[in-house]
Design a protein around this ligand. Structure first.
Ligand code: SER
Length: 624
């Protein structure tokens, strides 16, 4: 058995020896890119450096990056797709290029991982109107002894990589494949559509920059962006044809077995493999001689394992997001609710999501220590979400089954938008859940109709979406700027009055008020609210100066600034201090803008203090 920990280390050590500096994983929540909800690849947080900015850790980097891809959620349930995954990656930022990169990758696969050369195959870019065929990449592979039958030229749809969103650094890929089937001999020629050829690595040869739809220019800095999927490689190296047998998932499956009283039947071959040279054979696993047996149960178990792992990683990020009805929060909600539904399908009747989360934290906590820091936030939110959804799930299912009886009776083949919206509105069924239920019954859902209903009923959320952008500021008027500074004062005052466990969890500002979400487990007392108001008003009355300084995130941390610390090593941040020296009241990382002095801000009053999500309180306050 090779473990996840060993493989991460092997990869980092190999590229470290080739001059790459290890950097930490960035947050799952992209900080400077409002066009996507989650970090989808290791290169994503590095875009400014791929475009030419100097990275303080140098021109060769390596890491293991937390990633979420929501595009594949519907596929989850099979043996290979995941919502959350870890991407091992290494980069050359304007340093070495194609030839050296390909040689390095080949050396890693063969010497580093010890893969049999005879089982490898590669793709290169076939060329189109925007970029020529990549003969250079092909000839480097040939120079390494790869036969031409094992090199396939593929078009842009398959063999070009650019970040999701509006554009950025991009280029042709050369992808690496491994013949995974142990039962048959390796075919002479590489046929990429044969699923037994599994992609185990990707070198993006970044020589272009996408400037907009179909508009590519030559980049002034050529980069290498390698991505190597951890889970998939781990499965291959251990000879599994099912990613859920690797040590990142297997303890979760065991927990699900225990909770459901059902077995995750695995084929005899895999069972023997897990026995391997270590004594880790899953005692509860039963050799499955009939491959069809228990397929539905297995699918449900995989969905539960994948979805709760992803939800835990999102909530457990230092920029952790709680389940809600918008943006990333809605993804968390969908993941948790789908997992709960599948839990009930395999007879887990009690609340269970926190029990799975505990296993996930145990598996992932060493590599990602933020999970332990945010354990309470994860657990409280899971318990609250399961409590909420558990109440309506059965009722909603009844309503759903009634409505499909009617539909079938009327020979209709789609659940209408209004019914789907009612399930969402009254029973908390995300659209995807209704779609999944419909599909299980051979039906579709009128999604356009759902959207229409949604729009009719969600005037509010539309307004919120229109006013929302980075930093939670609606505009930069004088009033809004004052509210922004008031938010810093409030944050500092809350930490003084309630304690240092208080962290900002969200902020939204309009001309009329500020809204501030923060971590705190219980309702504030009237006295605490008064103390916070008094502290803020005292600073306003003192008319102190607000100063801004630029420094690296590390320096900001050393100087005691609070705020969101990008895990981007060495990145310059702005730190705003309210009051200098001894009377410095607040020091916070922030993009601004802020008032120059506090004097003219007005009188600060908290108009509401309420629960926002589990472990998170929400304050609304005004400046009068
Ligand atoms: N960005 C490329 C990918 O996601 C390689 O890291 O596959």
């Amino acid at each position: 058995m090779i473990t996840a920990k060993e493989l991460r280390q092997k990869y980092i050590d190999f590229f470290k020896a080739k001059g790459h500096t290890p950097i930490p994983s960035a947050s799952l929540m992209p900080e400077n890119d409002p066009s996507v909800l989650f970090t989808t690849a290791g290169m994503h947080p590095l875009v400014p450096f791929l475009l030419g900015e100097k990275h303080p850790a140098g021109a060769r980097l390596v890491n293991s990056q937390k990633c979420i891809r929501t595009g594949d959620i519907d596929e989850v349930g099979d043996k290979i797709h995941h919502t959350f995954f870890e991407m091992l990656g290494h980069w050359s930022l304007g340093d070495y290029f194609k030839e050296e990169a390909i040689k390095m990758s080949y050396e890693f696969l063969t010497n580093g991982l010890g893969l049999d050369k005879g089982r490898l195959a590669f793709t290169v870019f076939a060329g189109d109107d925007n970029a020529p065929v990549d003969e250079e990449a092909a000839s480097v592979w040939r120079s390494l002894g790869i036969k031409k039958e094992r090199i396939v030229y593929l078009p842009k749809a398959d063999n070009w990589w650019e970040p999701s969103g509006s554009g950025g650094p991009c280029g042709p890929c050369t992808e690496m494949f491994y013949w995974s089937d142990k039962e048959t001999s390796v075919p002479e020629s590489f046929e990429p559509s044969d699923k037994r050829w599994v992609e185990i690595g990707n070198d993006v040869l970044m020589q272009y920059e996408k400037k907009g739809e179909n508009n590519y220019i030559l980049a002034h800095q050529k980069n290498i962006d390698n991505g190597t999927g951890l889970e998939r490689n781990l499965a291959i190296l251990n000879g599994f044809d099912d990613n859920y047998l690797i040590d990142l998932f297997w303890p979760i499956i065991l927990k699900i077995e225990e909770l459901s009283g059902k077995k995750y039947l695995i084929p005899v071959l895999s069972l023997e493999k897990r026995g391997g040279d270590e004594d880790d054979t899953p005692l509860s696993a039963v050799a499955d001689t009939s491959p069809k047996l228990g397929e539905d149960v297995k699918r449900s178990m995989r969905i539960i394992a994948d979805h709760l792992r992803a939800a835990v990683m999102i909530m457990g990020d230092d920029l952790g997001i709680a389940p809600s009805n918008v943006d990333q929060g809605y993804v968390v909600r969908k993941l948790i609710r789908r997992a709960i539904r599948h839990g009930r399908m395999i007879d887990i009747q009690e609340n269970f999501t926190d029990k799975i989360a505990a296993v996930v934290i145990e598996i992932m906590g060493e590599a990602y220590p933020e999970l332990e820091r945010n354990r309470k936030f994860i657990m409280d939110n899971l318990v609250a979400e399961e409590e909420k959804f558990g109440k309506t799930l059965q009722e909603g299912l009844k309503v759903f089954h009634e409505s499909i009886k009617t539909l079938k009776h009327e020979s209709k083949n789609a659940v209408d938008g209004k019914s789907a919206f009612d399930l969402y509105q009254s029973y908390g069924f995300p659209l995807e859940l209704t779609k999944e239920l419909a599909k299980e019954n051979g039906l579709e859902v009128d999604e356009v109709g759902f959207e229409e209903e949604f729009k009719k009923h969600q005037e509010l959320s539309r307004t919120a979406a229109a006013g929302k952008f980075k930093g939670g500021l609606a505009d930069h008027s004088e009033k809004v700027t004052a509210y922004h500074t008031a938010t810093h004062l409030l944050n500092a005052a809350l930490r003084q009055v309630l304690g240092e466990h208080v962290f900002q969890k969200g902020s939204n500002i309009t001309e009329e008020r500020l809204r501030f979400d923060f971590s705190h487990p219980e309702k504030m007392t009237a006295e605490q609210i008064k103390q916070v108001e008094d502290l803020v008003n005292e600073i306003i009355q003192k008319n102190v100066a607000v100063e801004c300084a630029e420094m690296t995130a590390e320096e900001a941390k050393v100087r005691g600034a609070i705020g969101v610390f990008a895990d981007k090593y060495g990145e310059k941040v702005k730190v705003y201090s309210v009051g200098g020296g001894d009377i410095c009241f607040s020091k916070e990382i922030c993009g601004g803008p802020h008032v120059e002095r506090t004097g003219g801000m007005g009188h600060f009053r908290i108009i509401k203090e309420e629960a926002s999500s589990a472990g998170v309180r929400r304050i609304k306050a005004v400046l009068e």
